[in-house]
Design a binder for this molecule. Structure first.
Ligand code: TYC
Length: 102
């Protein structure tokens, strides 16, 4: 934007550059050992899904090998990955959560 002055001069102000932050997909990977019920619980607990949505995503990961749980800014995505992997490990399950730029 520019501001017209009484002098006839204008002051060029910087255009506010509103850049969107890069987004990251948080992914769940399939494995042969983590119980389906545990994966559903993870999706409900850490990704705020209802049972129906959590079951749908879990079955997608089970059949396709991987699936998106949500899309977040970098800090939030990193926190989700850590929380899920820590939770899985604390229950002795090999479930893997990772992230990649969207
Ligand atoms: N494949 C697992 C089983 O048959 C279930 C599973 C689904 C594991 C999704 C991990 O991210 C996963 N018990």
């Amino acid at each position: 934007p520019s501001e017209e002055r009484e002098s006839g001069l204008t002051v060029q102000e910087a255009k506010p550059k509103l850049r969107r932050p890069p987004l990251f997909k948080v992914l769940l990977l399939n494995d042969d050992y983590t119980p389906m019920e545990f994966v559903v619980q993870v999706l409900e607990t850490f990704f705020a899904m209802n049972r129906e949505k959590a079951t749908q995503i879990m079955l997608h990961v089970h059949t396709r090998g991987r699936g998106v749980c949500g899309v977040y800014t970098k800090d939030i995505a990193e926190t989700k990955v850590s929380e899920v992997n820590d939770f899985a490990r604390s229950h002795q399950h090999p479930l893997m959560c990772t992230m990649e730029e969207a």
